[in-house]
Ligand binder design. Structure first.
Ligand code: PLP
Length: 402
C-alpha cells in the first residue's frame, strides 16, 4: 500500500472550483460570474498597456540579471508601494516608521503578516467581518493558528452595512485584538462604510486599543481613484495608530499570476520599525527565501515613470467605469424584464462584486438551468458581465426568484 493511503481528499475550493465547472459546461450561453478577475466587454482577460510597455522596457534593458532578491524584496518597490497606499505626504512614512516587505501578492502579504503577529504580538484573537473573503479564515485560523471571531458586517435586510452590529461587536472585543478591515470594495458584499462610519469605527478601535489589519486588494479599482480608495487607511494612519496593511497588485494592475504585493507594518518609532522589518524577513526566509523579480520590476517601472503612471491611472479608471456601467446595465435590465424585488443595491455596491441577495437554491437554479456560474452565497463578479449579456442575466435572475 501507499504511505499516502490515509490522506483524505481535500475539499474543493469554493471559488476556484467554479471555473472548472464552467469550463466543463458545453452550453454556448454559459456565463462565468464566479472569477475575481477583470474581463473586457468581450469576456477576455486584459493586460494593461502600461504593463505591456513596462515589460517591453524591461526586456530591452540588457543590463538586468536574474540574481536573488533580498528576503524583503526590492527596496524601491517597497518604498513606491508605501507611497501609493499611505500617500506622498504621510508623516509616518517620512519618519521611517513603516516597515514594508515585498510579498507573493495580497495572500502572501496576509500570510506573512499573520505569521508575524503569531510570533510577536501578544493578543492571539482576530476579528473578521461576517461575511469575508473565505481565504481570511484559512490564513489567520488554519495557517497561523490565531483564534477567529466574527464581527457583524452585512445586514441582509437592508443589503447594506450593519453599522450598529459592527460597533457593538468591536466594542465588546478584548483589548488589543486584531481586526481585519477591507480597505475598500469589501469582498464579497461590495458594501463599504461611509467616511462618517469609518470615523465611528476608528473611535471604537481606539477605545478598545484594537490592532487594525487593512486588506487592500482593490485600491483604485473600486472608485477609479487611487487616493479615494485609500482614504480609510490614511484616516487611521493619520490618527497615529499602529497597524498592518496587506497590498495586492493583482486587480488594480492586472498582475494576478505575477503575484506582486506588499506587507507594511506601522510602528510608533523608527527603531521599532527596523526591528519589525528584520522579523518580517525572518518570517519569509523559511517560507520561500525571497520573492520573485519580474512583477515587482513592472510595478516599479509603472509607478516611477510619469508617462506610464498616467497611462495606468487612465486604464484603472476605465476598468472601474466598465464595472460600474455593468451595474447600471444589469439593474436596468432587471427593471425591463419586470423582475420582482428592489435591485438598488446592485448600483449602490462598489468594486468587482455584487452581493445579489439570491438564496442558495436560487443560485443553484442560475447555474443548473441558466448556465450562470457564481458562488452559492449570491455573489457575482460584475467584471464577468457584458452589455450584450445583461438581459440574459436579468431573465435568469427573474426565473430564479419567481
Ligand atoms: N483580499 C481580498 C479581500 C481579496 O478579494 C483578494 C483577492 O481576491 C486578496 C486579498 C488577495 O488576492 P491575491 O493574493 O491574488 O493578491
Amino acid at each position: 500500500g501507499s504511505v499516502w493511503a490515509g490522506v483524505p481528499q481535500a475539499p474543493p475550493d469554493g471559488i476556484l472550483g467554479i471555473t472548472e465547472a464552467f469550463k466543463a459546461d458545453g452550453d454556448s450561453r454559459k456565463l462565468n460570474l464566479g472569477v475575481g478577475a477583470y474581463r473586457t466587454e468581450e469576456g477576455q482577460p486584459l493586460v494593461l498597456s502600461a504593463v505591456r510597455q513596462a515589460e517591453q522596457r524591461l526586456v530591452a534593458d540588457g543590463s538586468r540579471n536574474k540574481e536573488y532578491q533580498p528576503m524583503g524584496g526590492d527596496a524601491t518597490f517597497c518604498q513606491l508601494s508605501r507611497r501609493l497606499a499611505f500617500g506622498a505626504e504621510c508623516p509616518a512614512s517620512a519618519a521611517g516608521r513603516i516597515a514594508t516587505v515585498q510579498t507573493l501578492s495580497g495572500t502572501g502579504a496576509l500570510r506573512v503578516g499573520a505569521e508575524f503577529l503569531k510570533k510577536h504580538y501578544a493578543v492571539k484573537v482576530v476579528y473578521l467581518p461576517d461575511p469575508t473573503w473565505a481565504n481570511h479564515g484559512n490564513i489567520f485560523g488554519n495557517a497561523a493558528g490565531l483564534e477567529l471571531r466574527k464581527y457583524r458586517y452585512f445586514d441582509s435586510q437592508t443589503r447594506g452595512l450593519d453599522y450598529q452590529g459592527l460597533l457593538s461587536d468591536l466594542g465588546a472585543a478584548p483589548e488589543g485584538a486584531v481586526v481585519v478591515l477591507h480597505a475598500c470594495a469589501h469582498n464579497p458584499t461590495g458594501v463599504d462604510p461611509t467616511p462618517e462610519q469609518w470615523q465611528g469605527i476608528l473611535r471604537v478601535v481606539q477605545q478598545r486599543r484594537l490592532l487594525p489589519f487593512f486588506d487592500s486588494a482593490y485600491q483604485g479599482f473600486a472608485s477609479g481613484d487611487l487616493d479615494k480608495d485609500a482614504a480609510a487607511l490614511r484616516m487611521f494612519t493619520s490618527a497615529g495608530l499602529e497597524l498592518l496593511l496587506a497590498q495586492s497588485y493583482a486587480k488594480n494592475m492586472g498582475l494576478y499570476g505575477e503575484r506582486v504585493g506588499a506587507i507594511s507594518v506601522v510602528s510608533h518609532c523608527a527603531d521599532a520599525a527596523k526591528r519589525v522589518h528584520s522579523q518580517l524577513c525572518a518570517v519569509v526566509r523559511p517560507m520561500y527565501s525571497s520573492p520573485p523579480i519580474h512583477g515587482a520590476a513592472i510595478v516599479v517601472k509603472v509607478l516611477s515613470d510619469p508617462q506610464l503612471f498616467g497611462l495606468w491611472r487612465q486604464e484603472l479608471a476605465g476598468m472601474s467605469r466598465r464595472i460600474q456601467a455593468m451595474r447600471t446595465a444589469l439593474k436596468q435590465a432587471l427593471i425591463e424584464v419586470r423582475c420582482p424585488g428592489n435591485w438598488d443595491h446592485i448600483t449602490a455596491q462598489i468594486g468587482m462584486f455584487s452581493y445579489t441577495g439570491l438564496t442558495k437554491a436560487q443560485c443553484q437554479n442560475m447555474t443548473n438551468k441558466w448556465h450562470v456560474y457564481m458562488t452559492m452565497d449570491g455573489r457575482i463578479s460584475m467584471a464577468g458581465l457584458s452589455g450584450a449579456r445583461a438581459r440574459y442575466m436579468a431573465e435568469a435572475i427573474k426565473d430564479s426568484v419567481l
